[in-house]
Design a binder for this molecule. Structure first.
Ligand SMILES: C[S@@+](CC[C@H](N)C(=O)[O-])C[C@H]1O[C@@H](n2cnc3c(N)ncnc32)[C@H](O)[C@@H]1O
Length: 244
């Protein structure tokens, strides 16, 4: 997969691209993340890429021509061109999974007051990483690149991605590592038993409990098995009884 990131601050990405799993995925050519300095597409002799908004108002707006030119240069039939924006569709694991199927993403980072609205005619999607306003699209571009890259084949252990929170709707079960006990805080006995089926059953139940306790809002979107529905009913009953 190729991810093209268009930004006025390519240096933002230095550590991101040279650390940990993203670095390895780049080295092993599982992803090619390319940075494009939007100033290189400026029509001004001083490489300006912002101007005051028509109709008045505070702040500066990024101008349309550099974005037009860079999109025209990068876009192919296989591309998904995304403008990072607080007005966009909310990014989530489902969207990450979908984007991970594509061959080419173009991520456009705005700054200042954002970008001239004519950009909307050229993009495929407007994506927000959350209902808050950031100073620029660079952190959202990193978030999307990270979430998508770790889903590409062989970047991380496939089973690990499959078991992750949200991947199949539920949150992940709680996990523990050594030591078994520390200052009275113990690892659940069952996990030390070596009984694989019992551990798998416990983990399934814990996934449902964790989702019910931490993110009940996710449950309505999950297509659950009969077994999961039975466990959920049990958890709901317990919660109701503990309140009565
Ligand atoms: C300060 S914001 C502009 C906000 C714009 N004036 C508005 O009210 O919608 C500057 C840039 O940061 C990026 N940005 C800010 N918040 C974001 C979010 N929640 N998700 C994705 N991108 C965001 C966008 O690229 C945006 O163009």
């Amino acid at each position: 997969m190729i991810i093209d990131i268009v930004t006025i601050f390519p240096e933002f990405f230095d550590t991101f691209l040279s650390t940990s799993i993203i670095k390895r995925a780049i080295t092993q050519q599982q992803v090619n993340i390319r940075l494009h300095q939007i100033r290189d597409y400026s029509h001004h002799k001083h490489h300006n890429i912002d101007d005051t908004p028509y109709g008045g108002g505070v702040g500066m707006l990024m101008t349309f021509p550099p974005f037009y030119d860079v999109i025209m240069k990068l876009k192919t039939e296989k591309s998904i061109v995304i403008y990072l924006s607080p007005q966009g569709k909310l990014f989530n694991q489902k969207m990450a999974k979908k984007l991970a199927q594509s061959d080419h993403l173009v991520l456009l980072c705005g700054h200042y007051e954002g970008v001239d609205a004519r950009i909307e005619a050229l993009i495929d999607m407007e994506v927000s990483i959350g209902d808050y306003v950031l100073t620029g699209g660079e952190i959202p571009a990193m978030i999307i690149s990270d979430a998508v890259t770790r889903l590409l084949p062989d970047v991380i252990h496939e089973d690990s991605a499959e078991e992750d929170s949200l991947q199949n709707g539920w949150l992940k079960f709680p996990q523990y590592t050594k030591p078994e006990t520390y200052k009275g805080h113990n690892v659940p006995e069952l996990l030390l038993s070596g009984h694989h089926q019992k551990i798998a059953d416990w983990r399934k139940e814990q996934q449902i409990r964790t989702t019910f306790n931490k993110r009940r809002d996710l449950i309505k979107g999950i297509k659950m098995t009969k077994e999961e529905q039975i466990i959920l009913d049990k958890v709901k009953n317990e919660s109701k009884n503990s309140k009565d």
